[in-house]
Design a protein around this ligand. Sequence first.
Ligand code: 9MR
Length: 570
Amino acid sequence: MQKLVLIILGLVVLASCQKPYPEIDQYRKEIRINQIGYYPKGIKKIVLADSISFSSFSVIDIHNKKSVFDGNFSESTIWELSGEEIRVGNFSDFKTTGEYVIYIEGLGYSYPFEINNNVFNDALLGSVKGLYYQRASIPLEEKYAGKWYRKAGHPDTEVYFHSSSGKDTTETVSSPGGWYDAGDYNKYVINGAFPLGQYFQLWEQYPEVISDNQLTIPESGNGISDFLDELKYELDWLLTMQDKDGGLFHKLTTKNFEDMIMPHKAVNQRYIVGKGTAATLNFAAATAQAYRVFEKIDTTYAQKLLTASESAWKWAKENQKITFQNPIDIRTGEYGDNNFDDEFIWASAELFLSTGKNEYLDHFNSYPLDLTFKSSESWTAYMKFLGVYSLLNHKQKTPDTLVADLTKKLVASADDLTEKAKSGAYFQPISDFTWGSNSDVLNAAMLVAQAYRQEPKVAYLEAVQQMTDYIFGTNAVGYSFLTGFGDQTPMNIHHRQSGADDIQVPVPGLLSGGPSIQQLDTSNDVVYPENVTQMKSWVDQEGSYVTNEICLNWNAPLTYVLGFLERESN
Ligand code: 9MR
């Protein structure tokens, strides 16, 4: 009895000695963390920047304020690309689901995060819903758009041909619908088809990854996946951009960028501008791939896509080198490209898979294929990867020798990226940060994800998880770059609707471009910190179209990566 009293007394004394954790009244930016969270079995690392006197951390359960894991930081290292001295904390061994913060005694708390299966599901859906907000020509109704509802903009039913299109400039054409490309209201064929190709990769690899009724869009409830409904909105517009001879007009645009005003107020005349090989081949590729997706849903529509694709291909074969440059009176996005090999590679792969015709395979094989990932090539070259991903995803149709060769090259490229990511302070696979750098990180992640599908090595999966951590907050500026997802997210994206709508928070589900050392927008009232390093060269300022715009081909690889992780990480 005496013993028991002593034990109880001892416990009481011990409990009263344990200092309670302070109230969470502030989150410390120095603790760089994925603000959304981690998978129970996933890798879980954080970076402590410029506070290297701290050597340990705890994971605290938000609900009962108890420590559930204690860890030590790695030795500090200097990271030149961000100009920081950093330490890394690893709590991968902690696998219990819940809601947590990191606590560092003397410094404070990190942003809160979750450990959960399906931890990125909301962000996945949000990243697709972001496209709905980009829809041209229809009003966004409150029941779908919430507080971001707005009037219709840009009917695009009477668009004049610009002389660069080769058509009669007194004629108009109807080309409604589609998504606005980015912060601007123009519609570009290159950057419609390329992201569509990335989205279709997700669907073909993980069918039904998003089902009907998940996005609350006008088509919800029609029995077809909301994801496909949303993609079709863009596809239908692309079809209107094909000339009768099979070639694709390059873009539908005003002469200059509009002011930062709402869509319905942006009423300058729009034109069909240019016609060229790159737009035509990207269209041929995306529609050939879309044929396989829609074949199971609507055979008539699918056939229309394939016919359009083959006629585009034919035009491109007859017009192999028609480049595009902005005419003197047009100052909107150019999306110019002088090398069409990547486009031919992508289109021939998709057409081979959809038609089974060997002429396309022969064409594909006529290119020496280098799968080295070079960041910033983006919409000029990443499409060749899409062709490879498709061939590897349809092994039953692709000759064995080709599968073996492509796998070897893909795995080598993924190994390079995985190694590179390991030596990056923020686990990022790139070392130069230019316009749209977040999409470079995500396209690299997409490549590593394909390697994982061929050879499921944990290192690949972890690399993809860590590249996603980078996007959601484990980066040199400590922001989660997806609007509305995370605690510290961009508030002033370069996005005309978000800038003009009098709603404080921007349209959600849109990915900011990310750090760029180019700083080409200083004449647009953008101020960068002095002597800023590459990885910190990002500002949450509306004028910064170089670092803080949003864009279709940046959201697309994010959606792919989140869909991949949702299917592979649990
Ligand atoms: O993403 C494009 C980037 O790689 C180019 O350097 C830049 C300048 O040509 O254009 C970017 O794309 C923009 C397009 O031209 C117009 N809509 C907004 C796009 C994202 O900023």
